[in-house]
Design a protein around this ligand. Structure first.
Ligand SMILES: Cc1ncc(COP(=O)(O)O)c(C=O)c1O
Length: 179
């Protein structure tokens, strides 16, 4: 299909929650990508600051193909070697002692919010401390809890009631954060 035909089809079959650029990316090499019409672009976005792995690297591609021939997806009910070694690599290179793997930024933020609530309820013995402090203008994802703490009303409109309580402060206002 041509780029124009694909764009027309996308317009029919997608829920309109993202505002994609009107191009259909087809292939990439390193930090360059090409759309269906053959136009070349510099990929300065990747997965919006994640998965910045470039495109078409032969060693990366070979390892992915090798893995697809072994195991594709198994649930969190079982261990697999790659998952354990990836967790160890992250622990070795970061501040954290343990990892939680998830599928999206929203899910990561949901996990962080739940961890904070759980800490107050179980470790600090202060279950009444439930208020989340967030900042005006922020974006934290599109799930219920993460739109609730996103400091841009347009992402919350029409989805109420929100998960709360939440207090919004100005970004960088440490005094407000402490009070
Ligand atoms: C700062 C920030 N937090 C959270 C998210 C949500 O990530 P995801 O779309 O993977 O759920 C995004 C996505 O753009 C983001 O930019």
């Amino acid at each position: 299909m041509t780029q124009a035909e694909l764009l027309a089809l996308a317009d029919q079959v997608f829920i309109k929650n993202y505002r994609q650029q009107p191009i259909v990316l087809e292939r990439g090499q390193g930090c360059e990508v090409w759309d269906k019409a053959g136009t070349r672009y510099l990929d300065m976005t990747a997965g919006i600051a994640v998965c910045g792995l470039g495109h078409g690297h032969p060693r990366f591609t070979a390892r992915v193909i090798e893995q697809l021939g072994r195991l594709v997806h198994v649930s969190n009910l079982y261990w697999n070697e790659q998952q354990i070694l990836a967790a160890k690599a992250i622990v070795d290179r970061s501040f954290a002692d343990r990892v939680f793997f998830c599928n999206s930024g929203a899910e990561a933020n949901e996990g962080a919010l739940k961890l904070a609530r759980r800490y107050q309820a179980v470790v600090a013995n202060a279950p009444e401390r439930t208020t989340i402090v967030s900042t005006h203008g922020s974006f934290h994802g599109r799930s219920f809890a993460t739109v609730s703490i996103t400091g841009q009303p347009k992402y919350r409109e029409g989805f109420g009631p929100m998960v709360g309580p939440v207090e919004f402060i100005a970004y960088g206002d440490l005094e407000a954060a402490h009070s």
